[in-house]
Design a protein around this ligand. Structure first.
Ligand SMILES: *Cc1c(COP(=O)(O)O)cnc(C)c1O
Length: 419
């Protein structure tokens, strides 16, 4: 198994990109890049330059030497990754806050339609935010949020979702790639079918951006948000992005209007006139330090190119599924991700009744870092810019070993903190 992995690593066209990241450990396996991407070496250097020179020496003058443009400039880089036009993506706030802004804006545009459709694979924060958005426009969060149930806990057939779009549906809001199962919707098909029925679609691209192609412009996608600290390697808590199709930008109103979204922030006028274009979706001062670092990860994704990243991601998740079938299924692990690669993002979820304790044993005894998603999922994330096949082989050996030896029994049922 290790030999096959080494052969695949030797033939990997993206192998050199691993050296562009800080890798402190070589013995274990980091399979949690879908939760927090590794640190690009360029970002460490950029942080030093930004803090010591631009802030330390340049002080307030640095706003006019590049800082003011950062939300749009970094947004344009992300747009290239998402298949959007440069002026259709902006970086601001967190994914949750951006989702709120775009959901409220969409609900107002879509009146008198007032219902939101989502699914039960969507990220819990998205559900909380969509309810808050309904409350903000005077809707009933319980009655007006309709949740389509996944029949198998892994997928939602597009027809099942689309059948629930009614003349009252203002907005369909789902994750393009589901955080637990990695199920990926056909973006263009859902967008077009929802539009035919008069609904807008607001995609959460958090688990797709930088790993799964989205081609937003070709699909005519309306709205999207997503996170930059996963496959885009922006760093812990780095600000998120939002996308609004150009033709919709002037039709939508930011529900949290603030000076950075005003036409002339430095006129200090008490009247609010929204900026033309997408900039109206800014609210307050951008977090310059973490925002600037996002560019380093995005540049690496663009340099490698999404087609090569996606090809390796598919090959690595297929490798994990082959190994699961041969060695892990007989030990009680069940596959909780789609078998069909076209419908799967860049991680593989395995279910096991002892998943929580298994994850603890993997980390403590093998240096293998996946993550645990309650109640019973171990997620194995591959980030093609730095994940090696050898890491996948190690992870699978460790997954087998801790079950065969019952090593997981030494760990507590409950854990605190980030998992
Ligand atoms: C990671 C993730 C988020 C993160 O939201 P924040 O508000 O930036 O913390 C949101 N949605 C999905 C689907 C995610 O995977």
């Amino acid at each position: 198994m290790r030999d096959e992995a080494r052969r695949l690593d030797a033939a990997d066209p993206l192998a050199a990109f691993r050296g562009r990241f800080v890798v402190a450990e070589e013995a274990g396996a980091y399979l949690d890049g879908n939760s927090l991407g590794r640190l690009p070496r360029a970002a460490a250097a950029r942080a030093r330059e930004l803090v010591e020179r631009e802030w330390g020496e340049g002080l307030i003058g640095s706003w006019n030497r590049g800082w003011l443009d950062l939300p749009a400039r970094v947004g344009a880089g992300i747009a290239a990754v998402l298949g959007a036009a440069p002026d259709e993506v902006l970086v601001a706030d967190s994914t949750s806050v951006n989702l709120f802004k775009l959901a409220v804006a969409a609900l107002r545009r879509q009146a008198p339609r007032r219902r939101i459709l989502t699914d039960d694979l969507n990220f819990p924060s998205d559900h909380h935010v969509l309810r808050s958005a309904l409350a903000a426009v005077g809707g009933d969060p319980s009655a007006d949020l309709e949740v389509v149930r996944s029949p198998d806990g892994v997928t939602v057939p597009p027809d099942l979702l689309l059948a629930a779009v009614t003349p009252e549906t203002a907005l369909v809001s789902v994750s393009h790639t589901a955080f637990k199962s990695a199920y990926t919707y056909p973006l263009a098909e859902v967008t077009a079918a929802a539009r035919d029925r008069g609904a807008l679609v607001l995609w959460d691209l958090s688990h797709s951006a930088g790993s799964v192609p989205t081609d937003l412009r070709a699909a005519g996608a309306d709205l999207a948000v997503g996170c930059t600290y996963k496959y885009l390697c922006g760093g812990p808590g780095s600000p998120a992005f939002l996308y609004v199709r150009r033709e919709l930008q002037e039709e939508l109103e930011n529900p949290v209007g603030g000076w950075f979204g005003a036409a002339e922030p430095f006129a200090f006028s008490l009247d609010y006139t929204p900026a033309p274009g997408l900039r109206r979706f800014l609210t307050g001062t951008p977090p310059v330090v973490s925002l600037a670092l996002v560019e380093c990860g995005v540049d690496l994704v663009r340099e490698a190119g999404l087609p090569a990243i996606r090809a390796k991601s598919v090959a690595q998740t297929e490798y994990l599924i082959r190994g699961w079938e041969a060695r892990l299924a007989p030990l009680g692990y069940a596959l909780a991700s789609p078998r069909e690669s076209a419908r799967r993002g860049s991680h593989v979820s395995l279910r096991h009744p002892e998943a929580g304790r298994i994850t603890q044993a993997l980390i403590a005894e093998h240096g293998v870092i996946p993550d645990f998603r309650a109640p019973d999922c171990v997620r194995l994330g591959v980030c093609p810019l730095y994940t090696r096949y050898e890491e996948l082989a190690r992870a699978q050996e460790a997954l087998a070993e801790v079950v065969v030896s019952r090593a997981y029994e030494a760990y507590p049922e409950q854990t605190a903190g980030v998992t």
